[in-house]
Ligand binder design. Structure first.
Ligand code: FDA
Length: 506
């Protein structure tokens, strides 16, 4: 049995013979709880007092520690979950979302956060436990003139982000983070160290670049292709209220933004009946103001709205806003401990056909029930539309105008509060967004779109395909499930939304 007490004891004693005791924390340790919640910024994911905590949290400092946990786990029938930055929207890296689910241990990679930059070759080996803020800071300081295409929030972990793709304001020029992975090292489901893509083979190397975290093994380190960035980039942040034409501006943005020059990304945040247009332009203000005036005159961008700054400063500005100008750039190397904050629920959609003005008017005025509702619109097009749907597991390439992330924040009183703004809005959006399947981004994980069922000791492909089709498209999902069968046939790495092994090839 996977959850017997004697297995747990044997597992912990196996660990004690193989790895230093100070990197294994059990619930009896005073540091356990603070470490467990250290990456949580969503009150919804703080387990109720009645839920079982992980058996232990291991904080490896070298590959052999990770191998030991997997080997002891396999021998003594204890599963592991791996956490890099801990930003999974459903907390699957450190909590079980199944009531009375199987016991598990957490491998927390936060101490594996080295970044080794080779400026001449324009590459870097980056450990999975590195945060995006650390990655940006280390790259920009070791190799001015180079950057990396990834997300906005500096506390997101490299391990989870790349495992699921990695969108950001440079994807229109350079693709996803996962598109820029040249090599990787990982520990597989048997506890073997696979030091490079040759050892993994083409299929496994394909699967780890966007097929979702927690499925195929534990990626320790990624070799990234760094990309050129100019010494100054241009940033603007323009807000329009309803009276200032926010609805018209967003309606037009839908087809303009995906067709802009690739050096320019303009994303939109819709919140409190306002739309904020935020940019990254890999060039100077006079050029971007001229481009915006000719291609998107309705936004009314003025020279005074635009700021020039270094690529790294831009990262700080996007996160801290104006306050970033009074902070050293080392602020991007944030303390990982989060304040937990309100309840949060995220969902996502892809848009292939622009929504009507009328639809946007309804969205802007959607009743919020006292919660804060936010839509973040990330434009695709450019490089994203030139990459084939099966180049990586991420299928949202040509024909996609933009991604929508819905975020709702509310103050809850217990574990059972439901989102107030999002549930109705998500239904309203159904006929307006991508269909058959209705797309979703695996890194904006959402357990409402389907959870696994275990049948005969293995996750059922038929059940998983409901959510798998939506994240990856059916062809990519089937390929992922075949690879899972090859590399983890007994389904050791398993969670509520893990890729199942396709046992019977049809
Ligand atoms: P976490 O450690 O929780 O891992 C996520 C999943 O991957 C889990 O299933 C975990 O087990 C698995 N995993 C983690 N490390 C692994 C490893 N080394 N090997 C194998 N599997 C591993 N996304 C985006 O594309 N662009 C963006 O700008 C943002 N911005 C953003 C902001 C905020 C505040 C949040 C909360 C989230 C985002 N995201 C995002 C989504 C983000 O990409 C997604 O949550 C990632 O999975 C987070 O990676 P972490 O390592 O932080 O998560």
């Amino acid at each position: 049995a996977w959850s017997s007490k004697s297995n747990h004891t044997d597992f912990l004693s196996c660990l004690s013979t193989k790895i230093p005791s100070q990197i294994v924390l059990t619930p009896s340790s005073r540091s356990f709880k603070p470490l467990l919640v250290s990456s949580i910024r969503n009150a919804r994911l703080v387990a109720p007092a009645t839920a079982s905590p992980p058996l232990c949290i291991v904080t490896p400092t070298e590959a052999s520690h990770v191998q030991a946990v997997v080997r002891c786990g396999r021998s003594h029938r204890v599963r592991v979950r791996v956490r890099s930055g801990g930003h999974d929207n459903e907390g699957l890296s450190y909590r079980s979302a199944t009531p009375n689910g199987e016991a598990f241990a957490v491998i927390d990679l936060s101490k594996l956060n080295a970044v080794r930059v080779d400026a001449r070759a324009a590459t870097a080996w980056v450990d999975s436990g590195t945060t995006l803020g650390e990655l940006y800071y280390r790259v920009a300081t070791a190799a001015p003139g180079l950057g990396f295409p990834a997300g906005v929030c500096p506390t997101v972990g490299v391990g989870g982000l790349i495992s699921g793709g990695g969108m950001g304001l440079m994807m229109r020029k350079n693709g996803l983070s996962a598109d820029n992975v040249l090599d990787a090292s990982m520990v597989d489901a048997e506890g073997n160290l696979l030091p490079d893509k040759k050892a993994m083979g083409d299929d496994l190397f394909w699967a780890i670049r966007g097929g979702g975290g927690g499925n195929f093994g534990i990626v320790l380190s990624w070799k990234l292709r760094l990309v050129p960035v100019p010494s100054k980039v241009a940033f603007f942040n323009v807000t329009k209220t309803l009276d200032q034409g926010a609805v018209d501006a967003v309606t037009q943005w839908q087809t303009i933004a995906p067709a802009l020059p690739e050096d320019l990304s303009v994303r939109v945040i819709v919140q409190k009946r306002q739309a904020t247009f935020q940019s990254l332009y890999l060039g100077n203000c006079s050029a971007v103001v001229a481009t915006m005036r000719s291609q998107f005159p309705e936004l009314g961008l003025k020279r005074g709205d635009c700021l020039e700054m270094s690529w790294l400063q831009h990262k700080a500005y996007l996160y801290f806003g104006k306050a970033s100008t009074n902070k050293p750039l080392e602020a991007l190397l944030l303390n990982r401990s989060m304040t937990i904050g309100p309840y949060v629920k995220n969902k996502s959609d892809y848009v292939k056909k622009a929504l009507t003005r009328n639809a946007w008017e309804k969205i802007f005025l959607w009743p919020d029930g006292g919660a804060v509702g936010q839509l973040i619109l990330e434009p695709h097009g450019g490089m994203m539309s030139r990459i084939a749907d099966d180049y990586t597991p991420f299928p949202y390439r040509s024909g996609v105008l933009y991604n929508i992330q819905y975020v709702e924040f509310w103050n809850g009183t217990g574990g059972h509060d439901m989102p107030k703004w999002l549930s109705g809005l998500y239904d309203f959006m159904a006929p307006l967004v991508s269909k058959s399947p209705r797309g979703a981004y695996v890194n904006y994980r959402d357990l409402d779109i389907g959870v696994n069922k275990v049948v005969g000791g293995v996750t059922s492909y038929e059940t998983a395909k409901v959510w798998g089709d939506r994240y990856f498209g059916l062809a990519n999902f089937k390929r992922l499930a075949k690879i899972k069968r090859k590399v983890d046939a007994t389904d050791y790495f398993r969670n509520e939304q893990s890729v199942p092994p396709l046992l019977f090839i049809r």
